[in-house]
Design a protein around this ligand. Structure first.
Ligand code: ATR
Length: 279
């Protein structure tokens, strides 16, 4: 079955050497009985537009965009999806039927799919506390509302940024001190704090009453943030590996018109990460 080499796809980033996107998309292609030509491309920090121009002029079919280029990609495209416009960031580039390269953002829907499909937690009617007010949080608000969340509270260390983000989408904002009293069924960490193992300054009661505590970061072991939530009695904790795979699946569907099965790919990467750490 293999041997079909599809037109080129890439992930643009810097650094990008450790990106799992090629393996994820290869696994999706495997579900179709195909191979895909998907590469990593490390782009100079001031070189996103030139790299994207050259890739699509050369017949590239689709690209993922990772840090730190999601805002540059948003500026580079001449056409944006509604969700990319709302997120202010682009993580997926694809060619529309008329050949124009469209900037889309599949991160938020990836988060929602992971929560509702892989974690099995309905968002409909739930109160969602969203920690952080940067790019990751911004992309999550509309998809959470679209999934039926009853309320979203944006909580940030710098309260003014939470207020600004919340006002954009008509939701509420708070600092960590006042957020403590807000009863949320779902708490999502969209801060970059987990990168450095930071804990969030919220009392145990917040975690204890949560149905799901979610960290957009992922690692071989539970992040310190998730360990804190679990120790305090969170019913369920999950890291962002499912979101990573689900955002990729949405991109793959845009490119190839095939909706991949997410669960086996998450399981395979998880097993690989655990094996690498056990060694
Ligand atoms: P991203 O695009 O990943 O969201 P960002 O735009 O730089 O990155 O935003 C980082 C977010 O993580 C911010 O909300 C930041 O809070 P401030 O706005 O107060 O800086 C939050 N953040 C980073 N480290 C944190 C920590 N240790 N504790 C709490 N919030 C943290």
């Amino acid at each position: 079955m293999f041997g079909f080499v599809m037109p080129d796809y890439v992930v643009f980033g810097n650094p990008v050497a450790h990106s799992r996107s090629p393996a994820i998309h290869q696994a999706f292609a495997g579900q179709q009985g195909l191979a895909i030509d998907y590469r990593r491309q490390c782009v100079p920090l001031d070189g996103f537009a030139a790299a994207a121009d050259a890739f699509f002029a050369g017949g590239g079919q689709g690209a993922n965009v990772t840090l730190p280029f999601k805002t540059e990609a948003h500026a580079w495209v001449s056409r944006l999806s509604e969700r990319a416009a709302a997120a202010g960031a682009v993580n997926t580039l694809y060619r529309a039927a008329d050949g124009v390269v469209v900037g889309d953002n599949t991160d938020g829907i990836g988060l929602v799919r992971d929560i509702t499909q892989l974690q099995g937690v309905a968002l409909s009617g739930k109160r969602v506390m969203l920690l952080g007010a940067g790019g990751a949080a911004r992309g999550a608000v509309l998809p959470l509302l679209a999934a039926g969340a009853a309320a979203v509270l944006v909580v940030n260390r710098t309260v003014a940024k939470a207020e600004q983000l919340a006002a954009r989408f008509g939701v509420s904002a708070a600092g960590f001190d006042t957020a403590a009293a807000w009863p949320a069924e779902v708490v999502i960490n969209a801060t970059s704090g987990s990168l450095s193992g930071a804990l969030m300054p919220l009392p145990d009661a917040v975690w204890a009453r949560a149905e799901l505590v979610y960290d957009m970061m992922y690692a071989a072991e539970l992040t310190p943030f998730l360990r804190q939530a679990q120790a305090a009695g969170a019913a369920r904790v999950a890291d962002g590996l499912g979101m990573l795979v689900a955002q990729a699946a949405e991109a793959y569907a845009l490119w190839r018109g095939f909706v991949p099965d997410i669960a086996p790919v998450v399981a395979a990467i998880r097993a690989e990460m655990e094996a690498a750490c056990a060694g």
